[in-house]
Design a binder for this molecule. Structure first.
Ligand SMILES: [Zn+2]
Length: 72
């Protein structure tokens, strides 16, 4: 039954693609994902903050204004 084998292969490939996409979505943010300058005031974001808040795009001041900043 070659048709069934083909379909099983297809489903398997689709499953792998979904798993890879899911993995990419879940990739943890790193300091490399943090912005070098604040997108709001264009102040350089300190390395310390970029490391402390991976993926951040604002300086502490702007982030605080945007939402109540809660240090972990
Ligand atoms: Zn700012």
């Amino acid at each position: 039954m070659p048709d069934d084998i083909d379909r099983a292969q297809e489903i398997n490939e689709q499953f792998l693609e979904d798993a890879l996409a899911e993995h990419r979505r879940r990739k943890p943010l790193t300091v490399a994902d943090s912005a070098l300058i604040c997108i709001d005031c264009e102040t350089p974001i300190p390395e310390k903050r970029r490391k402390a808040a991976p993926g951040c795009v604002r300086c502490v001041e702007c982030q605080t204004l945007l939402e109540h900043w809660r240090p972990l």
